[in-house]
Write a protein that binds this ligand. Structure first.
Ligand SMILES: Nc1ncnc2c1ncn2[C@@H]1O[C@H](COP(=O)(O)OP(=O)(O)O)[C@@H](O)[C@H]1O
Ligand SMILES: [Mg+2]
Length: 284
């Protein structure tokens, strides 16, 4: 399974005086089982791009191929896209509406025509993936849960449809550190289990560096950089120019370099920074 995006352009309110060129000639490939992190300042087009990948928005120009299907082809059935590509919106907990957690998770699979007995097995399976206890939460109202739990229920509802591509728009936004950590662990667990493509947006550069195989950088509707976390975060000055930062550990090493202290290139994680500092101090 792979994704190819070619010459993708999107204009909001085309022909109107306040029309907005939100995506401009975007091209990229995503390969089997990749985890892709998307970064970019607010308004750079991240959410617009994600909504094209599951057919919610139609491009002005360009094509998107998911697996063997060109989902941008005229009359391509939406239902078939939804089966393949699951999109979790920002603050998805606001969209919970059923009486119980189980019914909420069952909603998507039912709509896709999954058989009833399979749906119940799947509810158990996805609750486990998002680290919630079936016996404890299945019959509860989603509104009785904490913020972080609600978000995990909403994500479980998308996972229940077995998407081969899982897209998460700012999945950790607004969560406390504990809930934040549990979402990151969940992403890794889901990826290990489902071997799917995962695409997520985050403003937390450390999370992006830790989770992603590939990082895509958006600026003013354009895809301006694509590479491994190491390749991307080796370009601090370019990132700073477009209002973005490097992870804290990389930032520290850059600051030492700025101060004339010799440090290796390509330091991204805390562990690498620690090793680099240790080596420097030992040599001194
Ligand atoms: N529904 C909409 N109607 C008109 N303009 C929009 C709409 N949604 C987003 N935009 C505009 O498109 C651009 C990209 O927005 P968005 O994709 O939400 O960026 P991001 O997710 O990176 O913050 C912004 O200029 C934004 O104001
Ligand atoms: Mg957004």
């Amino acid at each position: 399974m792979s994704i190819q995006v070619r010459n993708l352009t999107h204009i909001y309110g085309k022909g109107q005086p306040d029309s907005q060129l939100a995506l401009e000639n975007i091209n990229f490939d995503i390969y089997d089982e990749e985890i892709v992190g998307i970064i970019g300042h607010t308004g750079s087009g991240k959410s617009t791009l994600l909504q094209h990948l599951n057919g919610l928005l139609k491009p002005e120009e360009g094509t998107i191929v998911v697996g063997n299907d060109e989902i941008t082809a005229p009359n391509f059935p939406m239902r078939n896209i939804r089966k393949k590509v699951g999109l979790v919106f920002q603050y998805p907990e606001y969209q919970l509406f059923e009486e119980t957690v189980a019914l909420d998770i069952a909603f998507g699979p039912k709509n896709l025509g999954m058989p009833e007995d399979e749906i119940w097995d799947r509810i158990k399976e996805v609750l486990e993936m998002v680290d919630l206890d079936y016996d404890e939460v299945a019959d509860k109202s989603p509104f009785e849960l904490s913020g972080g739990q609600k978000r995990r229920v909403a994500i479980a509802g998308v996972l229940a449809m077995k998407p081969q591509v899982l897209i998460l728009d700012e999945p950790t936004a607004g969560l406390d550190p504990k809930a934040h950590k549990s979402i990151l662990e969940m992403i890794q667990r889901v990826h290990e289990k489902e071997k799917n493509i995962i695409i997520f947006v985050s403003h937390n550069m450390e999370d992006i560096a830790n989770l992603s195989d590939k990082v895509m950088v958006m600026d003013c509707g354009k895809l301006v950089m694509v590479g491994t976390p190491k390749e991307i975060f080796a370009q601090r000055d370019r990132l700073n120019q477009i209002g973005l930062n490097v992870p804290p550990a990389a930032d520290l090493i850059y600051k030492l370099k700025d101060a004339g202290i010799p440090m290796a290139d390509g330091v991204v994680s805390m562990e690498e920074a620690e090793e680099e500092l240790y080596n420097y101090l030992r040599k001194k």
